[in-house]
Design a protein around this ligand. Structure first.
Ligand code: 13P
Ligand code: SF4
Length: 328
């Protein structure tokens, strides 16, 4: 493969319209012993072709245990990077290298190193939505599924830096009462919800349960009946007796909610702009066409220096060990 084909960050190779992308991707997966891991925020057709769909914790657990030779990560860069850190000997592919994350970008490593130096007696817990450089400066990685238990597992007087999501950090600090200083980062998708419009929806659907991801601002979380990771929100919706749900997270999760509970109604919480949706522009850069080219030509690939892999690996392994202890 010519390198200049990748100058855009993805393979922009025209695909014959007669190609059935679903069956070709299935064929390529078998031929190459490849696995497709997809996050809930991916487009519906990508979720449907994936071997495994999950939240950030479940996706990293799958990456760590797969015996596939190739991992194609249908998600964003930090997720594929995490899979590469866990499986340095495997080929890890990301359909579009431009699929970043506003939250990860809100925490540059040089600035974070200075922040860390100002709090020398603090332990660093970082949300998995951060770069490998931040992971290398971290003691324990967490996700929204295990953050509360990880913080609770530490000695009560342990001072903690929590990075990069101030909303998740503030939520965990409130729940645990622990001494935590927060990095001032946030996710563009979860900060956009309109309190006014959500309140109107709640009045319109008085029996609806409002469910929210902890990356949302405190004012949104206060309106919620349940707060949890994407997997947590899905499982709450499945188990609940309620018939209607207002869902405050990225709209991609509605695909699995509708599939799992066709008799229930899921309403995406509205953002405070004229747009009716709350899509993550990074997640939505992946398309079935890019995924097909990526698997066929095995590019773009995540390449990382061995020393960075080594440093970033420790806090992720710590998270996986603790999650296993918690039965997660
Ligand atoms: P989880 O799927 O782990 O809840 O994370 C949500 C998210 O924002 C991923 O980018
Ligand atoms: Fe990052 Fe937010 Fe998109 Fe998740 S939804 S990838 S946190 S920008």
């Amino acid at each position: 493969m010519e390198m200049d084909l990748l100058t855009k960050g993805f393979l922009d190779i025209p695909i014959d319209l007669s190609v059935d992308l679903f069956s070709e991707i299935e064929k390529l997966k078998k031929e190459k012993n490849a696995i497709i891991l997809a996050h809930y925020y991916q487009d519906a057709d990508i979720q449907d072709i994936a071997d495994f769909i999950g939240d950030s914790l479940a996706l990293s657990q799958q990456a760590a245990k797969t015996d596939a030779d190739i991992i194609l990560f249908a998600g964003v860069h930090f997720m594929a990077e995490t899979a590469k850190i866990l499986c340095p000997q495997k080929k890890v592919l990301l359909p579009d290298l431009n699929a970043g994350c506003s939250l990860a970008d809100s925490c540059p490593a040089d600035k974070f190193a200075e922040f860390k130096a100002q709090h020398p007696d603090h332990l660093v817990i970082s949300y998995i939505n951060c770069s490998a450089d931040i992971k290398a400066l971290t003691d324990i990685i967490c996700t929204s599924s295990n953050a509360e238990q990880i913080v609770q597992s530490l000695p009560k007087d342990q001072k903690i830096i929590f990075a990069p999501d101030k909303n998740l950090g503030a939520y965990i600090r409130k729940k645990t009462g622990r001494d935590m200083v927060l990095w001032d980062g946030s996710c563009m998708v979860h900060e956009i919800f309109s309190i006014e419009k959500i309140t109107k929806l709640k009045n319109q659907f008085p029996n609806a349960k409002m469910i929210a991801h902890p990356e949302c601002e405190a004012a949104v979380l206060e309106l919620a009946d349940y707060v949890g990771s994407t997997s947590g929100l899905l499982s709450y919706a499945q188990k609940s007796d309620a018939k209607e749900f207002i869902v405050a997270t990225e709209a991609g999760i509605l695909h699995q909610m509708n599939k799992a509970c066709p008799e229930k109604v899921f309403i995406a919480a509205p953002p405070n702009n004229s747009c009716a949706c709350n899509d993550c522009p990074h997640m939505k850069l992946n398309t079935l066409e890019k995924l097909y080219n990526c698997l066929k030509y095995e590019q773009p690939e995540i390449i990382m220096p061995a020393d960075l892999i080594e440093k970033a690996r420790k806090p992720i392994i710590r998270m996986l060990e603790l999650s296993a202890q918690f039965g997660l």
